[in-house]
Design a protein around this ligand. Structure first.
Ligand SMILES: [Fe+2]
Length: 308
């Protein structure tokens, strides 16, 4: 109905130089003329500020973390519809063609008309039994990843029901799947990738950032990106691996901004015909398989834990 994707993520961080290096190592490009700003191929942005920067909204957890999410809408009519729904919310403000508010979990949001571009890239198909589409052509090997866009964000929430209701009723998100009494996967557009937002409630009720995720072209670029990060001595949280719940291949790298940065690809593409599933949360329903701690760039084998 309204929101079409993530435009920008703003972080407050303890070490600007370290976080900036992480962004370029991750494959993001510096934005010309703006220090500590980076962009994906689509033009989605990551902006870094000092932790105590007065221009940033209040943090929902201590330390380096995400301070604001900007969601894009397709046009000004969609923006006006959301402005109407936000009337009466205590945190709501409208300034210079953008809407500002706070979600029930304490994350500051900006909503504006999207300025991202469609990205068209050559992607080679997989050969599968009875479906040979790549003829006389080897499969690619990537030496680094170049993230296409920001596909989703994941938060720990302290009131799952209220936060889900806000994103569905005010911003028009759709439920894709659910872990019963635990978590919900939401997608901004009815026709789109499996989730733009994943909300997870821990027994502790802790609020915070879990990870942010970037689409790359194919499984080979997930692997090339993860290996390149290992080569630069960034540590892997988990990956490579695959989630059965969205079908995505993933690799999560620990980030100095707080949370993890994820490369992913091949998530399910859903439409109005998709029926959300009510799943039990378990290791098997969340992770079909995964490499703990990643793969070492030099040996091309599983990263060995450091021996003290
Ligand atoms: Fe993810």
């Amino acid at each position: 109905m309204s929101v079409c994707g993530i435009e920008k993520l703003e972080f407050g961080v303890e070490d600007l130089a370290l976080c900036s290096k992480f962004m370029t190592d991750f494959g993001l490009s510096p934005l010309s003329g703006q220090r500590h700003h980076f962009h994906t191929l689509s033009g989605a942005q990551i902006a870094l500020y000092p932790l105590d920067c007065g221009e940033l909204p209040e943090a929902f957890e201590s330390g380096s973390t995400l301070r604001r999410v900007t969601w894009g809408v397709r046009d000004s009519a969609a923006l006006a519809r959301i402005a109407e729904k936000l009337q009466g919310h205590t945190s709501f403000q409208q300034l210079n063609d953008a809407l500002y508010c706070c979600d029930p979990n304490g994350m500051a949001l900006r909503i504006e008309v999207s300025r991202q571009q469609e990205v068209s890239l050559p992607v080679l198909p997989l050969n599968q039994w009875g479906d040979m589409r790549r003829i006389d052509q080897p499969s690619p090997v990537y030496s680094y990843a170049t993230p296409i866009n920001i596909g989703h964000v994941v938060f720990f929430v302290n009131d799952l029901a209220a936060t889900e209701r806000f994103y569905r009723e005010v911003l028009g998100f759709h439920v894709s799947d659910r872990y019963i009494n635990r978590a919900v996967f939401l997608r901004a557009e009815q026709r789109g990738g499996h989730h733009s937002l994943f909300l997870l409630q821990l027994p502790s009720g802790k609020r915070g950032l879990n990870h942010v995720a970037f689409n790359v072209r194919d499984i080979h670029e997930v692997i090339g990106g993860g290996l390149a990060m290992n080569k630069q001595h960034w540590s892997t949280f988990i990956g490579p691996g695959r989630h059965p719940v969205s079908s995505a291949y993933f690799w999560y790298v620990n980030s100095p901004t707080g949370g993890a940065f994820e490369y992913y690809t091949n998530d399910d593409w859903l439409t109005e015909r998709w029926q959300p599933r009510e799943l039990e949360h378990s290791l098997v329903s969340f992770t079909e398989w995964a490499v703990e701690g990643g793969i070492d760039y030099t040996t091309r084998r599983q990263q060995q834990p450091e021996v003290l």
